[in-house]
Ligand binder design. Structure first.
Ligand code: ADP
Ligand code: MG
Length: 275
């Protein structure tokens, strides 16, 4: 009895859990028995060298790919065989890639479209300018959350790169996800944009859970509560940054040598945002 109670208590804390997840691409095992636990409310970073299987793992979680074997639990429910639409309906939302931001629409229009998607509105709703305008306060609120309120009328294509990623974050937030999956949100950004988007992720993670693939160890050091390190499809370490960053196997996977230290604190990592 005591054991059963413990299991229930734990299930409440863990929002997402995988058991020995495997993805075999015609004999190449990209994800090789990955067991990960993501706690509700945390920012969980998935790190690892290129080709480690991080994106494939994300694709398994959103059911873009079917796992070869293993199990995925979301809020204690086995979702391994569910369809992508079911997963999204449960509140698991992956950030859209830049290409999914409509370049010819304005920033505001992009967020409106995402809000409509969330409402599952009909064709007629689409056509009603008045109904569209009803979404504006909510859309502006989302833009304010990512500090784009002064760019509402800007055509998305004209935004600088960092702000496009901020827009992408706003369109993801429009779906009001419980669990946000972000695949390399700071990829290709300059230092200032990295700091900005990092702070945004921290900010929008309130009342949500974030699972993010991130290469930039400074970003990970500054905002991740828990880290899972993937190498050649396997988890080689998991835990808080302070612990994982000292793991010789992790340092070696990153630096090719275990004698180089990874950033140890947020202020080391992101001097621009430490103030
Ligand atoms: P990461 O995101 O960690 O850089 P990926 O998950 O993209 O790594 O890729 C992991 C490995 O799986 C790579 O070696 C990649 O070439 C391989 N891979 C990814 N997708 C496919 C696929 N559809 N078919 C065959 N191999 C794939
Ligand atoms: Mg990847």
């Amino acid at each position: 009895m005591a054991l059963a109670e413990e299991v229930v208590l734990e299930a409440r804390e863990i929002i997402l859990e995988t058991h020995s997840l495997v993805k075999d691409f015609n004999g190449f095992i990209a994800v090789d028995g990955v067991s990960v636990r993501v706690r509700q409310g945390e920012i969980h970073a998935l790190i690892g060298p290129n080709g480690a299987g991080k994106t494939t793992f994300f694709n398994l979680l959103t059911k873009f790919l079917q796992p070869t074997s293993g199990t995925i639990f979301y809020r204690g429910r086995n979702i391994t065989r569910e369809r992508p639409a079911d997963i999204a309906r449960r509140g698991v939302v992956r950030s859209f890639q830049i290409c999914a931001v409509f370049p010819h629409l304005t920033v505001l229009e992009n967020v409106r479209v995402a809000l409509q998607r969330n409402l599952g509105t009909s064709f007629y709703f689409w056509r009603s300018e008045k109904s569209l305008a009803n979404l504006d306060p909510r859309a502006m609120d989302l833009l304010a959350q990512v500090h784009l309120e002064n760019h509402a009328r800007t055509t998305a294509a004209d935004l600088p790169y960092g702000r496009k990623r901020a827009l992408e974050l706003a369109t993801t937030l429009a779906l009001d996800p419980d669990l946000m999956l972000l695949d390399e949100p700071t990829q290709g950004m300059g230092h200032e944009d990295v700091s900005h988007v990092t702070q945004l992720i921290k900010q929008v993670s309130a009342n949500r859970t974030v699972l993010m693939v991130e290469h930039n160890m400074s970003v990970v050091a500054s905002i991740a509560d828990t880290i899972s390190v993937l190498q050649r499809g396997r988890v080689i370490a998991a835990g808080p940054y302070a612990e994982v960053s000292k793991n010789p196997q992790v340092i070696e996977a990153y630096m090719g040598t275990s004698s180089v230290a990874l950033p140890s604190t947020a202020s080391d990592a992101l001097p621009g945002t430490a103030s």
